[in-house]
Design a protein around this ligand. Structure first.
Ligand code: DGL
Length: 460
């Protein structure tokens, strides 16, 4: 175990991309109390055709991030290719951390097969690894194992294409020879492939069984946690489910122009993130939903979300962000959720910035009605209003508290027309004019670039 890891530390997972999410989801179902951190190393995807040395270096970097940035108590290598190339070295290098790996389920497939013919779909890297070859020699001596490299499936899954005529054609091309040869078990030896399971089952049409080890890996992870007395003891209300995507980014900006935008994939947050990116900022977008644009996915109402988010930004950038735009908010919401997302998380993120940086900036997205003291009359927005009032006050207090170390600003939009239509919260009252997300984004950019005196709040 990592020196500072405890039973309440998260379990770490990594893969070259979306593949390992199958393992993560199986684990979270089995162990719903466990906080988890998942790294999708999309910047370096695919791993399958890289050399063992390259895969080892990437795996090491992922393990380091999980241990150093998040203090993970255990690591699940949710990738057959990385397990093949790296698990022995990782166990040697980090002897205090339990590692769980995944390898093609050749043994159960060989045991189950009646035809004595088994197909295995995996990457070239997995097929050349020691684990696969030893397992095959030991448990499938009397079985004909047909190894098929299907790297193109990885690309399809990464592009979010998991069904449709083109996918069906690609899958058929790989499965037909296996079925024609009499294979009655087909092993998914790459964690990306279960995402194509529906299509595979259609093509197999009952002639072969699909073997996916995700459940077995999840069970093993739970057993190992228990063995090391590392299972989560406290039942958090919403245990952390943090996902990072290392996506390839244009190597524009200097570290001094890195910014984390919460709620950065939709509405005002998206406009802000787009505007900053266009002005050559290195933008990390956080979102509570799985979105192709999101660099970090995390429900801000979950336990420990603010610190986890800050750690995620630091892990992705290699150093803390130079700025944070606290934009995410829930509108009609349950009191506790509205409080956490709209006030507690931005306030904690501001503290984290002050603790780690000199000369950074935070922009809190406030509310024009709150800023001008207009009382909210609709009951469903009361919790929102209370939280935004607290954030407004905190903006002023933090500007004073962190003076000389951090610039703290507020931008308070009135009713804004979002591209997805007007949110009920943004209904116009008589005499009001409607602004656009671009107006808000321009104001945020101007504040970050011209750095007025800390504590400035602009109503848009
Ligand atoms: N998902 C990975 C595996 O299980 C590798 C996919 C790739 O990046 O090639 O093998």
């Amino acid at each position: 175990m990592q020196a500072n890891a405890t039973s309440s530390s998260p379990v770490g997972f990594f893969d070259s991309g979306r593949g390992g999410l199958c393992i993560l989801e199986a684990f979270r179902k089995l162990a719903p109390r466990e906080p988890t951190v998942y790294i999708a190393d999309s910047a370096n995807c695919p791993y399958g055709n890289k050399s063992a040395g390259e895969i080892l270096a990437l795996s090491r970097a992922n393990a380091r991030r999980l241990l150093e940035n998040f203090g993970c108590k255990m690591i699940v290598v949710a990738c057959n290719t990385a397990t093949a190339a790296a698990i022995d070295s990782l166990r040697r290098e980090f002897p205090d951390t339990p590692f769980i790996g995944i390898e093609p389920a050749v043994k159960p497939a060989a045991m189950r097969s009646r035809s004595g013919i088994v197909g295995v779909l995996a990457t070239a890297g997995t097929f050349s690894g020691r684990l696969y070859n030893e397992t095959k020699a030991k448990f499938a001596r009397d079985t004909t194992v047909i190894a098929t490299v299907a790297d193109e499936f990885v690309t399809l899954v990464e592009e979010g294409r998991t069904d449709g005529p083109e996918v069906e054609e690609a899958v058929r091309r790989r499965l037909a020879p296996l079925l024609d040869a009499g294979a009655d078990n087909i092993v998914l030896g790459c964690t990306h492939f279960p995402h194509l399971r529906k299509v595979m089952e259609r093509i197999c049409a009952g002639k072969a069984e699909i073997v996916d080890p995700a459940q077995a890996v999840a069970r093993q992870a739970v057993r190992v946690l228990a063995k090391h007395s590392l299972g989560a003891k406290r039942a958090d209300r919403t245990p952390l489910d943090l996902r990072l995507n290392t996506r390839r980014t244009p190597d524009a900006a200097a570290p001094a122009r890195s910014v984390l935008v919460t709620g950065g994939v939709r509405r005002i947050g998206r406009a802000i993130a787009d505007r900053l990116a266009a002005a050559n900022w290195r933008v990390l977008r956080a979102s509570h939903r799985d979105d192709p644009l999101a660099d970090i996915t995390c429900d801000l109402a979950s336990d420990g979300a603010a610190d986890a988010l800050f750690a995620a930004a630091t892990a992705l950038l290699g150093s803390p962000p130079a700025a944070i735009v606290n934009n995410a908010a829930v509108y009609p919401g349950e009191e506790d959720e509205a409080w956490r997302v709209n006030a507690a998380v931005p306030i904690r993120l501001t503290e984290a910035m002050a603790e780690s940086s000199q000369g950074g900036a935070v922009v809190n997205i406030l509310d024009a009605a709150v800023a001008s003291g207009r009382a909210e009359t609709r009951a469903e927005f009361k919790a929102y209003e209370r939280a935004k009032q607290a954030l407004h006050r905190a903006t002023l207090e933090d500007a004073a508290r962190f003076s000389g170390r951090l610039h703290v600003y507020g931008v308070a939009p009135g009713p804004v027309l979002a591209p997805e239509a007007v949110h009920e919260k943004a209904r116009l009252s008589p005499g009001q004019t409607r602004r656009t997300p671009a107006d808000v984004a321009d104001t945020v950019l101007r504040m970050l670039e011209s750095r007025p005196a800390s504590g400035a709040i602009e109503i848009v």
